[in-house]
Write a protein that binds this ligand. Structure first.
Ligand code: XIL
Length: 337
């Protein structure tokens, strides 16, 4: 089993609750998860719109089901996420909120952190707050529009007060080196938080990467910057599709999951994990999470008009004709660990 090879969490994102079938119904998936993973992230149901559907209502039922299953099986939970701008994940009542926005948002963070305190080992406190095309780096989100950049520091402070035991992360994509402007923005935000003694424990790198992008040396630089600041590095949403639709240089595109494609993907997964282990010292390893168990789970099937185009981005295949099967990519991760 994968997790026993590592002294840090090996996680997987799971669908659950109102997102699809109840997580507890998916018995065969639970078996593979319990066998190989030591941490879960909810793919959707711990986001704002699911947990906080109206101002006065919190709905914890689906998330509690998942979190309690994890606890009963000795599996940790990484909370995702208190604050994220994404249209369909922000409850509409919040977008139109006319009261004291700061007090409302603080209550949101505090209520959720308090509810899960002791059952969640870490949180993505704020997700995707950076827009590297803005001169000050901040995405012009609902939260930024209402509160300015202070909402980020506030969220960490409030979360820490409600659950002092949880590790608190800032989480984003494309910061692992493919976009140096975005990495610079990340470091500026982290430096500002640290200079103000805001309780941040680490940085989450989503790492929705490609086979050929970014380079491992770019990842190395990005991880090292965080390590140099004494913060934990967590790979929070790893997936490596086999085809890169954005490739600017000729890159093989596969219409089926060939042995050659599997081998390429295996070596890419392996080198990512090796880079992580090489750069991040053990006390700063927040863990590595893949964004879904098997290829059919992947959000990439719907993202960027990839509908129908299979990219085989994850560690397992299956399950239509039997149990989830470990792919070559799984072996790559296991060999690196
Ligand atoms: C994705 C989920 O996997 C999808 O099911 C949903 O439709 C959209 O969100 N970055 C994140 C995750 O931080 O929350 C996103 O998850 C994937 C990109």
């Amino acid at each position: 089993n994968l997790y026993s090879l590592a002294a840090f969490p090996i996680g997987v994102a799971v669908s659950a609750g109102n997102e699809s079938r109840s997580f507890l119904d998916i018995a065969e998936k639970q078996t593979s998860i319990a066998q190989h993973f030591s941490e879960l992230t909810a793919g959707n149901i711990m986001k704002m719109s699911y947990l906080h559907p109206s101002e006065q209502t919190y709905d914890f039922a689906d998330a509690d089901e998942m979190v309690n299953w994890a606890g009963a099986n000795g599996i940790g939970v990484h909370g995702h996420t208190f604050i994220w701008h994404s249209d369909y994940q922000v409850p509409s009542w919040m977008s139109n909120y006319s009261g004291d926005f700061e007090a409302m948002l603080n209550d949101h963070v505090s209520t959720i952190a308090d509810h899960f305190a002791g059952r969640v080992e870490s949180w993505d406190v704020v997700n995707e707050a950076i827009d590297e095309n803005q001169s000050n780096c901040y995405r012009n989100s609902l939260f930024y529009q209402r509160l300015g950049s202070d909402y980020i520091a506030q969220a960490f402070t409030v979360a820490d007060a409600a659950d002092p035991g949880a590790d608190l992360y800032y989480n984003d994509y494309d910061t692992e080196g493919g976009n140096s402007e975005k990495l610079d923005c990340l470091l500026q935000i982290v430096d500002d938080l640290q200079a103000s003694n805001v309780p941040i424990d680490g940085v989450g790198f989503q790492m929705h990467v490609q086979i050929d992008w970014p380079s491992t040396s770019q990842m190395r630089t990005a991880f090292q910057e965080i390590v140099d600041r004494g913060l934990k590095v967590k790979i929070t949403e790893l997936d490596v599709p086999i085809n890169n639709p954005y490739a600017s240089t000729p890159f093989p595109q596969y219409t089926s999951y060939t042995a050659e494609a599997a081998a390429l993907q295996k070596s890419r997964y392996k080198s990512i994990v090796e880079t992580y282990l090489d750069v991040v010292p053990s006390h700063l390893r927040g863990g590595i999470t893949v964004w879904g168990l098997w290829d059919g789970d992947s959000w990439l099937l719907d993202f960027d008009e990839r509908e129908g185009a299979d990219d085989w981005p994850l560690l397992f295949s299956g399950p239509s004709n039997g149990p989830y099967e470990e792919k070559a990519a799984f072996d790559g991760v296991a060999e690196a660990l």
